[in-house]
Design a protein around this ligand. Sequence first.
Ligand code: ATP
Ligand code: MG
Length: 387
Amino acid sequence: MSTYLLKPGELTLKGKNRKGFEQILKRNCLTMLQGSGAKLEMTKGRFLVHCPEAAEKQVEDALAHLLGIAGWAKTRTQEKTPEAVLGACVAEAQELRAQGIRTFKIEARRTDKGFPLDSYGLRSEGGAAVLREVPGLQVDVHRPEAVITVEIREKAYIYGTARKGLRGLPVGTAGRGLLLLSGGIDSPVAGYMMASRGMGLDAVYFHAYPYTAEEARQKVRNLAAQVGRYSLGIRLYTLSFTPVQQRIQALAPEPWRTVLLRMAMMEGADKLARYRGDKCLITGESLSQVASQTIENIRCTEILVTLPVLRPLIGMDKDQIIRLAEKIGTYPISILPYEDCCVLFSPPHPILRGNPVEARQRYEELALSPLIEEALASGLKAHDGPG
Ligand code: ATP
Ligand code: MG
């Protein structure tokens, strides 16, 4: 059996809510560990995951996608005697040395004040034992290549390699939002960011076959699946917007087309979200990144929306967004060639500062609502992906 020690993240700050948050974190953790044979044990301030050795890879992969933990480590568990603890420090040090590590220090935390060595004693005696037993290792308290941590709690835990968790809040502590998911770089990142604030996710993709290829739809499915690894699944709805797009193209002046299409998407998304009980819409907009994302045009797209619209990327620049996309594994999928409908639809000289009164009037003239209702009715019958 192997054991992992998990340190919950921000929930330590939440006072009264903490119990509920811990329960949700526990549930999420169990969901992610399903099928691995792992068991979860909650202790004061820590979670322990026990799993068969063969499941280590799966468990580590799950922990790397679990929101709400500050860090985790594969740990040795010992009885609370100084001999056992020092012996485990030496064993851990031997393993580190075998990996080529040359400098180390020991950190110690003691919540059980009955343990005969205090944290200073643990550091100095642990360090001395390692120096005695493991040739080639030296102490460096300022810039060690590795840190061996000792935690004396209900048992003694000793680990040499701690991993950073994703932090954030456990998914499910902040209701659920509807992500407008295109095949681009931005919207998957926006979804991840809200998931990392505890929000569960539904997603909607507006598909305009044959203007957008079937491959574009598959790309969005793959993006939803990747974001869903963090958000414990995503239910993806695909709404066919071909008729909407055709009517805009036929009747609206070219410079207005993008704004009007975005308004239609927002109307469709708002209706879908209310049907699903989602509490907000989430988009990947970033201020002034493209013509449709000037503050004036953003205002226009909101005219028909009743729910709050969250835009977690609004103040980020493209480099930051790309870095996050790489971190969460959506970037390689997003840069595949198939474009979503907006790109193909972009007029050469789009309106930059749409006036909301004019926007509403032009939108109403198109009478798109019945087409949107139809797209919704058929899109609701089938959804892609788990959740
Ligand atoms: P992205 O990289 O997310 O595609 P973008 O920079 O291409 O964003 P726009 O095309 O203006 O920007 O879209 C802004 C936002 O509108 C997107 O981030 C997404 O939330 C939503 N959106 C755009 N097109 C679609 C679509 N076909 N289906 C669902 N949502 C869309
Ligand atoms: Mg796009």
